[in-house]
Design a protein. Structure first.
Length: 263
């Protein structure tokens, strides 16, 4: 589906929520991320490992209709990966990426109860994930650096064209895909500790669609080229505390007549 049709579809879903329950609040959590290659030669050359990170931001939930919700968050998140190789014992690579993200999920609620305990809800759903790559950093160890008495080289990602003498501590990315798209598969549990309040625990699996870059990252201090034709993937656990902003239902049934001054 083309991007413009995806946007129209999302706007249509938001439009349906104009007279529905709206919940808003902070969200925080942890994630475990890694990347995947389409190129088999890269998959054979590198062993890809995951990196733990975190995310924090704000969350909105819209009740579209009975049992159906549209969830979205605006968050700052950290992701990453590690690389090593069976062919080169001295090679170790770790990268951390910083993103601003907008995960969206359309979910359906189900009710359940554990024994005689209080009733709770759980939900399942899916939706798109929109990410913007802000920055990144990492460390590299390889045989070339060790020969030059450098045990570990720290660096930062730089999104720019090559200059005549690029800094040795920059991983140069000339053709980055800073705006990236993916897909969320979502499940979670909802508790309602008080009227108009929700505590929501969410588990997501994020499947990236966009390559991180169209070309390799280049580090001047080493012969290593970072294979950025790869997609972010990973698991995310989030905890959100939400409050109902809807006022129509609270005022429903209340008389608007001033009984102290009847006409």
């Amino acid at each position: 589906m083309k991007l413009k049709y995806k946007v129209i579809f999302l706007l249509a879903m938001f439009a349906q929520t104009g007279h529905s329950q709206i919940l808003v609040g902070p969200v925080i959590g942890g994630n475990y991320s890694f990347t995947s290659f389409d190129n088999k030669s890269l998959s054979n050359a590198y062993n890809v490992g995951g990196v733990f990170g975190y995310h924090i931001g704000g969350h909105l939930s819209f009740k579209v209709r009975k049992r159906f919700f549209l969830h979205t968050s605006l968050i700052y998140s950290t992701k990453g990966r590690t690389l090593d190789s069976d062919e080169f014992e001295d090679f170790k690579y770790k990268a951390q990426y910083n993103f601003v993200e907008l995960p969206i999920a359309y979910t359906v609620d189900f009710k359940s109860k554990l024994g005689n305990s209080r009733e709770f809800k759980y939900f399942l759903g899916l939706g798109p994930n929109i990410s913007y790559w802000l920055s990144g950093k990492g460390t590299l160890t390889d045989s070339y650096l060790l020969e030059n008495n450098i045990n570990e080289l720290p660096f930062k990602f730089a999104f720019k064209e090559r200059s005549e003498q690029p800094p040795k501590e920059e991983m140069l990315v000339e053709r980055p895909n800073r705006l990236q798209f993916g897909l969320n598969f979502v499940g979670g549990i909802v508790f309602e500790p008080a009227p108009r309040q929700r505590v929501m625990l969410t588990l997501r699996y994020e499947l990236g669609h966009t390559f991180m870059a169209k070309s390799d990252g280049e580090l001047e201090s080493s012969y290593f080229r970072d294979p950025l034709q790869s997609r972010n993937q990973g698991f995310r656990v989030s905890l959100a505390y939400l409050y109902d902003l809807k006022t129509e239902e609270r005022n429903r049934g209340r008389s608007t007549i001033d009984r102290r001054n009847p006409k």
